[in-house]
Design a protein around this ligand. Structure first.
Ligand code: 2HA
Ligand code: ZN
Length: 275
């Protein structure tokens, strides 16, 4: 099968287009990666032409031999649908999880996303803690969530609780909460280690003054999670723009009742009393 005819590639492109439509990908902002199922890699094998091995910049032995779809460094989400062969690639990892090679795409040159270490370290953690279920890692720059990183304390507790309160569906969509990484230089191993540490517990990590990383089993679930977090952040921005003080909200006991009815576990860490 041709790469561009494969269902998982079409879904990857549609998600990139949806992210662009949301306004989360100014210029070359953001990046997306997908860990292929063995049968998916097999289905497009005729078109794979491996290049030279290159260093990843970190070590992900838990992903040795895996194939990934990844957006390209410096490439624009705007162009993923229009110029797919120029905008993303399929890479293969070596037996040690230390090197990758491009097998398809980026026909005009270039490398996988500058955030490849973060993507792969998140994939390694998620593959392990979800027993292989999670396959998508998504990074974007949604304005409302970023705005909140200037006014909320940069703690998991503050972001989880404030976003849970803004929409009843939130504690059901991300019951495990949200992690926060303080401002760091992007692109390197440092921020990758901090993010993947949070991904052991959470499916969402906010990068202060930068954006969000999300993880999920498939494209719909991962995009939906990002969309839910950012929608909730938008409501909080609106509320805070009207008044510093809410007149009423969803309280700790309300969340405890919701947890019972919706059969989710909401960690008590996030159900603190406010003063
Ligand atoms: O430009 O978003 O974090 C890609 C990025 C880097
Ligand atoms: Zn970014």
């Amino acid at each position: 099968m041709r790469v561009l005819d494969a269902e998982f590639v079409k879904d990857f492109m549609r998600m990139a287009g949806d992210g662009w439509d949301q306004g989360w990908h100014e210029r070359n902002g953001g990046n997306l990666s997908y860990r292929l199922k063995p049968e998916e890699a097999e289905s497009v094998r005729e078109e794979l032409a491996p290049g030279d091995w290159q260093e990843i910049g970190t070590s992900v032995p838990g992903l040795s031999g895996e194939y990934f779809l990844v957006t390209g460094s410096g490439k624009y989400f705007r162009n993923v649908m229009i110029k797919p062969e120029d905008s993303f690639c399929i890479i293969e990892l070596d037996g040690k999880g230390e090197n990758y090679r491009i097998c398809w795409g980026l026909i005009n040159g270039g490398r996988p996303t500058s955030e490849l270490p973060s993507h792969l370290m998140n994939h390694e953690v998620k593959k392990s803690v979800t027993c292989g279920k999670h396959r998508v890692i998504y990074h974007c720059h949604p304005a409302n969530t970023i705005a909140l990183t200037f006014v909320l304390p940069l703690t998991d507790e503050a972001f989880t609780r404030e976003l849970w309160e803004m929409a009843t569906e939130c504690p059901v969509v991300f019951p495990e909460g949200i992690g926060v990484v303080p401002w760091r230089v992007p692109g390197g191993r440092d921020i990758a280690v901090a993010t993947s540490e949070l991904m052991k517990k959470y499916n969402v990590a906010i990068w202060a003054h930068h954006g969000i990383f999300c993880s999920g089993a498939d494209f719909d679930e991962t995009f939906g999670l990002m969309h839910t977090v950012e929608k909730s952040a938008e409501i909080l921005v609106k509320v805070l723009s009207m008044t510093p003080r809410k007149l009423q909200t969803i309280g700790p006991d309300d969340f405890r009742h919701l947890a019972v009815d919706f059969k989710v576990e909401l960690p008590e860490q996030f159900l603190y009393e406010k003063h």
